[in-house]
Every structure is written in C-alpha cells, then in structure tokens.
Write a protein that binds this ligand. Sequence first.
Ligand SMILES: [Mn+2]
Length: 322
Amino acid sequence: MSERGDQAFRKTDPRGRWAEMGYAGALSFLRRPYSRDAAGADVVVSGLPWDGATSNRPGCRLGPRAIRAASAETAQLNAFPWGFDPFETLRVIDWGDAWIDPHHPQTVAPAIEAHAAAILDAGARMLTLGGDHFVTWPLLKAHAAKHGPLALIQFDAHGDLWEDDPERIDHGTMMGRAIRDGLVDAATSAQVGIRTFHDSDEGLEILTAPFVHREGVAATVQALRARVAGAPVYVSFDIDVLDPAFAPGTGTPVPGGLASWQALEILRGLSGLNLVGLDLVEVSPPYDHAEITAIAAATVAHDWLCLLAEAKGAPRRAVGRL
Ligand SMILES: [Mn+2]
C-alpha cells in the first residue's frame, strides 16, 4: 500500500511535503494537515464561508473550498520566485472552516472573533480564506486585541468606507468602523488598487489603481513600506483589487484594476515587515472561469506564507535573472 498522498488527513508533522496527485485526493490549503491544535503552529489556515454581507453578487461562501482546490498545484512545487519550500521552515496547519450560522446573522461576527481569538491566543498567526469582506471586521478586532492598533494594508477596488452604523452587517462599511474604533491606525495604514470614490480618505494613504499603473510597482512598494514601518501589519486582500480580467469570480468587480503580476510583486515587496495576519476575501466561485480567480487567490496566500518563511530563515535561491 502506498504511503504517498492524502497528506491532509495522514500527515501529523506540518513540515515538509509528500507527493500528491495534483488533480485528486483530500483537499486542504496547500495540502497542509488538518488539525485543531494551533499550539506549536506558526500559521493556522482557516475558512470563513460567509457571504451574507454582500451588496451585489453573492457566492463567496464557496470561496474557501475553491481556494483550497486551486492551491493543490502550488503545493507541489518549490516556491517561485523564492526558490524554497516554505514548509521546511514554517509549520502550517489547516484548521478547516469556522462554524458560521447564516440563519442567525448577528452571531456571525462574534463567532468569527472568538474563532480568531482562540487561534491567536495559542500563539499562531492566521491566514484566513473568506468569505465576504465583512469577515475582516471581527478578524481586526481579534488581531488588535493581541497587537494593539494595526497597520492595515488593504488591497481592494473599494475603500469600504461607506456610511455605517454599529449594527450594520455590510462588506462595504466596516473599514471606517475599524478606524473609528481604534482597531486600525489610519496614520500607519494604506489602501492599494482603489478605483471607487469616497468623500474622505479617513486619514489613510490611498494608492489608487491609476497611481499603481502610472507610477509602477516600485513606487507603490516604497510608499507602503514608508507608511507601515515599525508597526504590526495586517494585510486584507480583497481579490477584486485585481482587474475583472484577472479575477472574474468576485461579487463587485470594477474595471481598471491590477494585473495578477502587479499585486504579487507589490506583496513580495513587503519582505521583512512585521506581518501579523492575512485575510483573502471575496472569491466567488459561481462567477469564476477556469479557476482563474481561485488560483490567483491561492497564489497570493502562498506568497504571504513565503514572506513569513523568509523572515524565519528560509534561504532565497534565485535561478535566472530576477
Ligand atoms: Mn472590494
């Protein structure tokens, strides 16, 4: 009987990799072992299958499942452009999906906050697969409780700063609330890829999509690094920061967005910062084609893990001109 395959439920040590059939087998994010034991893990991956706060097209409750499936191929190869296997350095488990009751929507944010607090209390970082962008609100609460006010880097077509009230369950208003409640320090935070209008910047650095297109990746990275320097950096990556050509599978697409390569290069430019958490939200598989969106999402999450692996000592190895 072969000892290969199905690492998701057969492997106990979260380090290293096994051979898998890329197209088959038990899915987890990047084939990490499923576990509810966050103690000793560097990173806990979990899904938040919730889309009750969407304002246009729903479907991102199916995001975690699709991103796990799309991550299977990436799990097999040494990471590019890093040149290492991040799981030689980083212990990463897949916790599965948090239990969310869509029929009692007022319980959703407290349930997510408690889920996050339990993982952070165990000493692990979180990599969270949404779900709509409202899930970031309770995630920020839990992370700010641990780290203090956060330096937010929000990749997004939308600022999510629209008119809010404290009881509102809305994926377009919670960032203003996070600033007003002191979870996010606007003075050290930035938004990237924005291409919708807000009457105020709320004190944030807003690097619009036209700025990225005109000034380029290097200037964008430079502005971000200057903004967040020294602070605990929480990255919230709304997949709709990508142009609909690169991420059709999302609920509120806006033309004029970033190409996958631009977003990846900007993210890779965050090397060496104090990266405390990542959420990857708004992947809506019913609107996706050929897994374009889910593969982009899986790659972004994978590269964030590579940033952590590098910070923990994984040696970069370049083959070819980078
Ligand atoms: Mn958005």
